[in-house]
Every structure is written in C-alpha cells, then in structure tokens.
Ligand binder design. Structure first.
Ligand SMILES: CCCCCCCCCCCCC[C@H](O)CC(=O)SCCNC(=O)CCNC(=O)[C@H](O)C(C)(C)COP(=O)(O)OP(=O)(O)OC[C@H]1O[C@@H](n2cnc3c(N)ncnc32)[C@H](O)[C@@H]1OP(=O)(O)O
Length: 269
C-alpha cells in the first residue's frame, strides 16, 4: 500500500500541519499530492478550532521540486490540461483560504514548489532553502500562478529575471527582496517557527484575520484573475509544445535540453 502523499497532524490545538510526503522525488507535485493538498487544506480550514495551517515538505532537502516531471512526460494534451487546472485550483484554494496558510520552506522550492509558497499568505524559510522557477528551461512557463504572484511580491523586473533565467535565490536573498518579513530560520526549526507564528495568528480575531486576507487581496483580485487567465492560456500553449516535450524528456534523460529555433514568437495579439 503506497503511503499517503500528504500527511496532516495537529502540533497544537489551533494549528494544523500539512506535509508533502514524497521525499524520494523531492516532494514533487503529482496529481495525488495536488488532490491531497486540496482535501487537507479544505478539511483543516473547515475545522472551527483551527486558526492557522502550516504547509511543509518532508525531509530537509526540498520543500517541493515542483510538478512531477515523470508524471508529465507521458500525458496527453487533455491530461496535461487537467493537471494544469488541478494545480491552479489547489493554489487558488490555498490563497483564498480564510484560515491563513503558512509555508514552512524546509529546502528547495522549485517551479510549482515555489508557486506553492507564493500561494501561501505567510512564509518561513529555512536558511538552507533556495527558490527558483526553472520552467523556461523545460519549455514550460510557471503555470501555477507564478507569473502573477511573484511579481506582486518582488516586483516585475525581479520576477521576469527569475522566471526567464531560472536562477535560484537563497533564503537570505528572498528575505531581502521582501518575499517574507520573517528572517530565515535553521532548517531544524523552520516548522516550529511557523507553528509559533500560527499560534500568534490564533490569538487574533478569526473573522478579522479572514477579512484582512480577503480585503488585502481585493485590490489585486481583478488584475490577478485576468492575469491568471492569461497565464493559463500561455501555459496551455506551452504544455502542448514540442519545446515542453524536449524540456521534460531532457530532464528525465539527465541531459541538457536542445530547443529548436522558433520561426516567430508566441502570437501576442
Ligand atoms: C511532455 C510534454 C509536457 C507536458 C507538460 C504538462 C504540464 C502540465 C501542467 C504544468 C503546469 C506548470 C506547473 C509548474 O509551474 C511547472 C513545474 O513545476 S516544472 C518542474 C520544475 N522543477 C524542476 O525542474 C526541478 C527538477 N529537479 C531538479 O532540478 C533536481 O532534481 C533537484 C530538485 C535540484 C534535486 O537535485 P538532486 O539533489 O541532485 O537530486 P536528483 O536530481 O537526483 O533527484 C532525486 C530524485 O527526485 C526526482 N525528482 C526531482 N525533481 C523532480 C520533479 N520535479 N519531478 C519528478 N521527479 C523529480 C529525480 O528524478 C530523482 O529521482 P530518481 O532518479 O532517484 O528516481
């Protein structure tokens, strides 16, 4: 019997802990994880006594290495679209949760893993953590909200640089960029720091907390919704592309991708 890819525990009465449990593949996000996260967050947010949810990865190497490239390699266009929509739905659920979700980033957060951090309302980074969006090197784009949420955290120039170069940033650099106001913590303490933050949040009025989360996003809501639609459209183009097939195959073959020249850029009309 395969272990559940998402585990939920209760480190304190008011705080639920949701852990991605696929350390052998750096907590990669396959469909089972995305659905498990959706169920876990929905269930925890619907428990009246839960005032905060901490989300982390198993092991100390990765929070999550992003979408499961092994699962992506063999899927057809319809399944790819389903995967895209499933991930977007999970991120949106986390972002819109009236009970704040705190990412306890215990290691690498790459691609969809970084997008998972960006969907959370709070983040505590391990000082050994690194974050990056390598999708363009796979012929993909950040399709789980990264093109919209990163720029809203760190500004468009930095977001574009990170998405196109695929460069990783350290936890210290992420803190400098304002990705989180919480200073990096030792990896062995990152969950405890996040749980303590959850307990502090639990002392605030739960209705007030939910209202602040909704109101603070409202200003972005319209543009965010439009932006996410635009991203979804371009992600759908990318996932059906020869570039993506070559990028994902190259990763799995443990070789560098060789992308053919394009005769024209993506239709920008
Ligand atoms: C075919 C046409 C394309 C169809 C596309 C359909 C798309 C559908 C929707 C997508 C929407 C976008 C979502 C998101 O924005 C996109 C992504 O997240 S893309 C993934 C981005 N992540 C990465 O590129 C990271 C890849 N991993 C690495 O770079 C390295 O593994 C690492 C994380 C830096 C760790 O390196 P090491 O410590 O050296 O360890 P290994 O490399 O040996 O890894 C150990 C083990 O884990 C497996 N693994 C790691 N990452 C992934 C992953 N993302 N998916 C699946 N498996 C992963 C790795 O293969 C090793 O396994 P083993 O070889 O031991 O079996």
């Amino acid at each position: 019997m395969t272990a559940a890819p998402v585990e939920v525990t209760r480190p304190s009465a008011r705080v639920a802990l949701v852990r991605i449990a696929r350390p052998d593949v750096r907590n990669a996000l396959n469909q089972a994880v995305l659905q498990g996260l959706e169920q876990a967050i929905r269930a925890a947010a619907n428990e009246p006594e839960v005032r905060a949810i901490v989300l982390t990865g198993s092991g100390t190497q990765a929070f999550s290495a992003g979408a499961d490239l092994g699962e992506l390699a063999g899927i057809d266009a319809r399944a790819a679209q389903r995967t895209l929509q499933s991930g977007q739905r999970t991120m949106r659920l986390i972002e819109a949760s009236p009970v704040p979700v705190i990412a306890a980033v215990n290691g690498l957060a790459l691609g969809g893993g970084f997008e998972l951090v960006l969907a959370c309302s709070f983040a505590v980074l391990a000082d050994s953590a690194q974050l990056g969006l390598p999708e363009a090197g796979l012929g993909l784009i950040p399709g789980y909200g990264g093109t919209q949420r990163l720029s809203r955290r760190v500004g468009v120039p930095v977001a574009i640089h990170l998405m196109i170069t695929g460069e990783w940033i350290t936890a210290a650099r992420a803190y400098e960029l304002g990705l989180t106001p919480v200073p990096p913590a030792p990896v062995g303490e990152v969950v405890d720091v996040a749980v303590r933050l959850g307990e502090r949040i639990a002392t605030r009025g739960p209705a007030a907390v939910a209202a602040i989360l909704f109101a603070s996003r409202h200003g972005l809501e319209g543009s965010l919704a439009t932006g996410l639609e635009l991203e979804a459209g371009y992600a759908a183009i990318a996932i059906a592309s020869e570039e993506a097939r070559e990028g994902v195959a190259a990763f799995l073959d443990k070789r560098s991708a060789v992308f053919a020249d394009v005769d024209r850029p993506v239709d920008l009309r």
